[in-house]
Ligand binder design. Structure first.
Ligand code: ACM
Length: 261
C-alpha cells in the first residue's frame, strides 16, 4: 500500500486556493492513502470566529473543500484525509475527514483542543472511530491528540493499523513522541504537519514541519524538512501492524493488565 503526506502552508481563508495547491502537488502521483494537515482548508488562527464560520462546511462532503477532495480522491483512486473546519448545527468542530470516490468515509472531531482553539471550536464528541479502506483499518488523530496516549491506544485497540494524524504543530516534541505512539501500539503513523507562519488571536505562530511516516517499530520511513513544501509517498505492508509481538517473550496486547490501570 502506498501511503504518504503532503506538507504545505495553507492559504489563509481560501479553501479553493488550497484545493488547487493540493491538486497541483498530487498531479501524476500514485498513492493509496494520503494525509493532509489539520485545517488544511482554512488556515489556523482567526481573530473573528464569524470569519471561520463562513469558511466552515458540513461533514457530508457537500461543501467546497471536502467536495473537491472527493473529486481528487476519485481521480487518484485513493483515500484522502484532511483537516477542515466542520459546520455542525451546534457550532464548529476542528475535524478531519477521510474521503474516497464514494464520498466521506469517516469524520473525526478533535478531542483535545490546543490553547486558543478553545475560543473557536467545540471539543470533539466523535470518539475515536476506526474505518476500513481496501481491507486496512485506519484511524485519525488531530495534532495535540498526540500528547494523550489514550487517543492512539484507543484507535489501536479498535484495530487501527495506520494512525492518520493531520497536524498544525507549534511545539517541538510531537515528532519524537509519535515514535513512542507507533512503537507502543505497533502501528504505522502518518503525521502530516504544515509549514509557514500565522498571526492572530494575540500570537504569532511558526509551524514546525517535519511531517513523518513511522513503522510499527517507530522507525522513520520518511520525514520532511522544517520549512519545505513536501510530498512523500512510501510503500508499506499494513499487515505488519497486526503483529503485536514485542521481542521474544512479549505481546503488547496479551501482556496488558487493564485490571490494574
Ligand atoms: C495543535 O493542536 N494544533 C497544536
Amino acid at each position: 500500500m502506498k501511503i504518504g503526506f503532503f506538507q504545505f502552508s495553507p492559504c489563509h481563508g481560501n479553501a479553493l486556493e488550497n484545493l488547487k495547491l493540493i491538486s497541483a502537488a498530487l498531479d501524476q502521483t500514485q498513492f493509496d492513502l494520503l494525509v493532509l494537515p489539520e485545517l488544511a482548508s482554512t488556515g489556523y488562527l482567526f481573530d473573528d470566529p464569524m470569519e471561520l464560520q463562513a469558511l466552515s462546511e458540513p461533514a457530508d462532503g457537500s461543501g467546497v473543500f471536502l467536495g473537491g477532495l472527493i473529486t481528487l480522491a476519485a481521480r487518484h483512486k485513493a483515500c484522502l484525509i484532511s483537516g477542515f473546519c466542520e459546520h455542525a448545527p451546534e457550532g464548529l468542530y476542528n475535524s478531519a475527514a477521510a474521503v474516497d470516490s464514494s464520498g466521506v468515509l469517516c469524520v473525526y472531531r478533535k478531542t483535545h483542543l490546543f490553547n486558543t482553539e478553545k475560543a473557536l471550536f467545540l471539543p470533539g464528541n466523535s470518539g475515536f472511530p476506526v474505518f476500513t479502506f481496501r481491507q486496512v483499518r485506519l484511524g485519525m488523530l488531530i495534532c495535540f491528540d498526540w500528547v494523550f496516549p489514550e487517543a492512539a491506544r484507543a484507535l489501536a485497540l479498535k484495530g487501527a493499523q495506520i494512525l492518520c494524524h493531520p497536524a498544525n504543530l507549534v511545539l517541538p516534541w510531537c515528532q519524537s513522541a509519535m515514535v513512542t505512539r507507533s512503537l507502543e501500539n505497533a502501528v504505522f503513523s502518518i503525521t502530516a504537519n504544515r509549514i509557514g507562519q500565522e498571526t492572530g488571536q494575540g500570537q504569532s505562530l511558526v509551524f514546525t514541519g517535519r511531517s513523518q511516516i513511522l513503522t510499527p517499530k517507530g522507525d522513520i520511513l520518511a520525514q520532511a524538512g522544517v520549512n519545505e513544501q513536501a510530498l512523500r509517498i512510501v510503500d508499506i505492508n499494513p499487515m505488519l501492524a497486526l503483529d503485536k509481538r514485542f521481542g521474544a517473550g512479549n505481546d503488547l496486547w496479551a501482556d496488558r493488565r487493564p485490571e490494574h490501570y
